[in-house]
Design a protein around this ligand. Structure first.
Ligand SMILES: NC(=O)c1ccc[n+]([C@@H]2O[C@H](COP(=O)([O-])OP(=O)(O)OC[C@H]3O[C@@H](n4cnc5c(N)ncnc54)[C@H](O)[C@@H]3O)[C@@H](O)[C@H]2O)c1
Length: 437
């Protein structure tokens, strides 16, 4: 046992603000309210349903995570957000069509009372959307100031103790980090000069850092994944994490690929295609937004399989990812994978996966966990990149010079060991020799 880390107590309410009140955010909000009222269970959420083993296997100590470490509870959460459409959360959830109308009607008054704040938005960065509920300002710095004011008033009007932001808005066009994202000075000059390298999501991230609010990024945009935000996060003691929620097909990939590698089975090719018909699918129909997603999805296999270390197995495997917008499916995505593998003496085999998933049903518990764990991180004095939350992301952020860990089982071990470390419990190595002494 080591000394536990000092963690500020959970006192008062936690505000969870989401830029974007679309399918994912409204499914998270309505689901959390429904779970609070006992109308459903928060399935998929580690903070609500997960356990953690402590000590030896013979100790029989496996509490619920929420009983082991003090976390914000469902009842403590107050919801808010921004969107480019004025619909309240009830209307937006009906529109998204993920949850049953009957369920939404049961909690209609709570959902109707959550109304978006005007968004910072520019169609140059999300080409398929044309919103009407948008802030105006001469410079991007003016817009950042307005967001900061929103954050402060949401906190005081709702009497909140703490806040967290989880980006649930649309995927922006692909941008690469440049000089404007390097330093605080360059970025602030860029905000004043309307530098086109600064996308709306970065303005939210900047506002969050200046207000000391943790920020998790659910989309593949750069947003917090750039030096300037990392510097501000450290300066102001704010946790950041990202990027791109790991759901659907990439979730499957990070289950299967470590298994193939564990058994040293080779890979010739992995072809992934998807059909989906929600607004996210429509946005990704634009090649520039798709490029952000593609880069985030493609990295996974390369890092898990390490072709440089296993050239006989993984050199030159062909990896292709496609997303097709197909309106009749709505939020119910279908993801196909065709995996060409080879075994003993190079004999070929195939695996086919057909995952008929529900995108927002998979993403909602991730939003809840990230909100609660990012709040924990801040109370525990952890600032900057939260690599222990890689478990939730397709393209996990890591310190410069480190490669990201994509294997979901290593990610989960890292997450739980971080919780053990915070509480001064022994880390679990799975060595287990002591049982045979
Ligand atoms: N559902 C999943 O499984 C999953 C997985 C990984 C990542 N994501 C990402 O999560 C995000 C949300 O997905 P979704 O299915 O809810 O999409 P959605 O289109 O239903 O919702 C996004 C919402 O964001 C709003 N928006 C766009 N730009 C905005 C801005 N600048 N400020 C405020 N609001 C803005 C849109 O009007 C829309 O209501 C997307 O970026 C998506 O790529 C989703």
């Amino acid at each position: 046992m080591s000394k536990p880390v000092e963690i500020k107590p959970v006192a008062g309410k936690l505000g969870v603000l989401t830029p974007g009140l679309g399918a994912v955010a409204t499914t998270f909000i309505a689901g959390t309210i429904a779970a609070r009222k006992g109308l459903g269970k928060p399935i998929g959420s580690l903070v609500e349903m997960g356990t953690i083993r402590l000590g030896k296997r013979t100790d029989n100590r496996t509490p619920m995570i929420k009983d082991f470490i003090e976390l914000a509870s469902l009842d403590d959460i107050v919801f808010g957000g921004w969107d480019i459409f004025e619909e309240n959360v009830y209307e937006a959830a009906m529109h998204a069509g993920v949850l049953d109308k009957d369920l939404l009607n049961e909690i209609k008054p709570e959902l109707e009372s959550i109304k978006p704040m005007k968004a910072v938005f520019d169609p140059a960065y999300v080409k398929k959307l044309h919103g009407t509920y948008i802030k105006e300002g001469k410079t991007k710095m003016d817009l950042a100031e307005q967001l900061r004011e929103d954050i402060r008033s949401f906190k005081s009007e709702n009497n909140l103790d703490r806040l967290v932001i989880v980006w649930c808005a649309s995927t922006e066009v692909y941008l690469q980090p440049g000089a404007v994202h390097e330093t605080v000075e360059a970025f602030e000059n860029g905000l004043r000069n309307n530098d086109e390298g600064i996308a709306p999501s970065m303005i939210y991230a900047y506002a969050a850092m200046k207000e000391g609010v943790p920020f998790a990024n659910g989309a593949p945009n750069l947003t917090v994944d750039m030096p300037v935000i990392q510097e501000l996060a450290r300066q102001n003691g704010v946790p950041i994490s990202g990027k791109d929620f790991k759901t659907g097909q990439t979730f499957m990939k990070t289950l299967l690929a470590p298994g193939l590698k564990a058994r040293l089975l080779g890979l010739n090719g992995w072809f992934s295609t998807n059909i989906l018909g929600n607004r996210d699918g429509e946005v990704l129909d634009d090649p520039e937004s798709f490029k952000s997603k593609e880069v985030s999805k493609l990295g996974v296999l390369e890092y898990i399989l390490q072709p440089d270390k296993y050239p006989d197995l993984y050199k030159d495997f062909y990896h292709k990812v496609r997303i097709n917008y197909y309106p009749p499916r709505g939020d119910n995505k279908e993801g196909w994978d065709n995996i060409d593998i080879f075994g003993w003496l190079g004999y070929p085999m195939q695996i086919k996966v057909d995952f008929l998933c529900r995108d927002s049903i998979l993403a909602a518990p991730i939003v809840l966990d990230l909100a609660v764990f990012m709040d924990l991180a801040q109370r525990a004095g952890m600032s900057g990149i939260q690599e222990w939350l890689s478990f939730y992301f397709k393209s996990p952020m890591v310190a410069p010079g480190l490669y990201p860990e994509h294997d979901i089982f290593i990610q989960l071990m890292k997450l739980k060991n971080t919780l053990r470390h915070l509480k001064g419990e022994d880390l679990i190595t799975h060595l287990g020799l002591e049982y045979y002494d």
